[in-house]
Write a protein that binds this ligand. Structure first.
Ligand code: FES
Length: 83
């Protein structure tokens, strides 16, 4: 999954804790433009970016990447702490 980030961004500098429910559908923002981080709000329109669907098999709390530099998308891998 590509995590390339556009320059017009609303991404955060760190991970975002969220509880994902098994019965719901989630789309993780890959472009960094969404104002509803870490989820897509459609702001990628007009770019080459597409949101990534999250497959949630059971309800759980996770840390999703907010900086969009993770190598373990959509989850935080600590890349926000590395230059
Ligand atoms: S707003 Fe970023 S992928 Fe949709």
């Amino acid at each position: 999954m590509s995590t390339t980030v556009s320059t017009n961004t609303a991404r955060t500098d760190g991970p975002i804790e969220v509880t994902l429910e098994a019965t719901k559908e989630y789309w993780w923002c890959t472009c960094g433009r969404s104002r509803s981080q870490p989820f897509c709000d459609g702001s990628h329109d007009g770019t080459d970016h597409r949101p990534a669907r999250l497959n949630v098999e059971e309800t759980r709390t996770v840390w999703l990447c907010g900086c969009k530099r993770t190598g373990a998308a959509p989850y935080c891998d600590g890349s926000h702490d590395r230059s």
